[in-house]
Design a protein around this ligand. Structure first.
Ligand SMILES: [Zn+2]
Length: 330
């Protein structure tokens, strides 16, 4: 991959701390043309005129213009030098800053929306209903918005249109039929016991890069193996950050739990880019009421649509750039 070789290049001074590899924030500043790098004892920040990336020492979090992005490697400050995980530069910072440097983005002809659960599997439940119903309502709203905004430029499909049972295999098979597609899986969250009262918020998951088990987790044995979904690490990052950013902007009441990586069954098994959205906690005493409010659902759907349209535009742009480059080299 282009950006992988970039970080491996001689100009980058990769250093090891424990089991993690790091690059210097000062080099990130130079390479990407940030105007300032501020390093404090427990905090550092990179800025351009319209982007602010903030890092806390010892934590695996990066705030991008205030939106939470969970990293795979804890940030470090060593004296006057700030360090960022090499994998986070390759798989998150680079795609955010230079989507046009993606090696390749598949043309996007089909968007598959996957309402989680259904039928015999209702998912999380609360006093107002089942997660499977909520996921389907939101999925249908996203489809309606996408059709409104993109017209016939893309085909929009749902993995299910009614309350029916669908296995993981069946969902993967539907997506696999459309090689030039992306998949957006829609879920609601739940947690049991005493934590139900306090845990709330929105989180967006993309596939963990190779060598990383999940967010905030160092790699161990079999869980970190390369999967099909890793062919799209950089596309996944653009898709994930686009949707998560729009969700947090559109839902000021919701706690921002971050863009995270995990090896969820669907996103690791599909041969196309994918993202899984957790729209909120049905187990939380306040959040579940918002989730079953139609206006709130509309806001979620519109935010997801904006993120998807942004991804669509990036993919169009990248493919256009590649077409032009090929034309020149002929
Ligand atoms: Zn679910």
């Amino acid at each position: 991959m282009l950006s992988a070789t970039l970080v491996g290049a001689e100009t980058w001074d990769v250093q090891k701390e424990g089991s993690f590899e790091y690059v210097k924030a000062s080099q990130v500043k130079e390479f990407y043309g940030f105007s300032t790098l501020t390093v404090e004892e427990d905090f550092f920040e990179l800025e351009t005129s319209d982007l602010r990336f903030s890092f806390e020492e010892g934590r695996s979090v990066m705030m991008v213009n205030g939106i939470r992005h969970v990293l795979t490697t804890p940030n470090l400050v060593r004296g006057s030098e700030a360090l960022i995980g090499k994998r986070d530069v390759i798989f998150l910072i680079d795609p955010i800053l230079r989507p046009d440097h993606l090696k390749k983005v598949q043309p996007l002809d089909v968007i598959v929306i996957d309402p989680g659960h259904g039928g015999k599997d209702p998912g999380t439940q609360c006093a107002l209903g089942y997660e499977s119903e909520l996921n389907l309502i939101i999925a249908k709203k996203v489809k309606a918005q996408l059709v409104k905004q993109l017209g016939d430029r893309v085909r929009v499909l749902l993995t299910r249109y009614e309350n029916k049972t669908l296995s993981l295999r069946e969902r993967v098979d539907i997506v696999t039929k459309y090689p030039n597609s992306i998949v957006v899986s829609i879920h609601g969250n739940g947690i049991g016991g005493i934590q139900a009262k306090s845990i709330e918020g929105v989180e967006t998951f993309i596939m963990s890069p190779e060598g990383v088990a999940g967010y905030n987790t160092a790699n161990t044995s079999s869980v970190d193996q390369r999967r099909l979904g890793n062919n799209f690490d950089q596309s996944n990052a653009i898709l994930g950050t686009s949707i998560h950013t729009e969700l947090i902007k559109a839902l000021p009441q919701a706690k921002d739990r971050g863009l995270k990586r995990a090896r969820f069954a669907l996103v690791q098994a599909v041969p196309v880019p994918g993202v899984l959205i957790e729209t909120g906690f049905l187990t939380h005493p306040e959040e579940h009421k918002r989730l079953f409010n139609e206006k709130y659902q509309d806001r979620i759907a519109l935010a997801v649509t904006k993120g998807l349209v942004r991804y669509y535009n990036v993919s169009r742009f990248v493919n256009e750039v590649f077409r032009l480059r090929e034309g020149i080299s002929e």
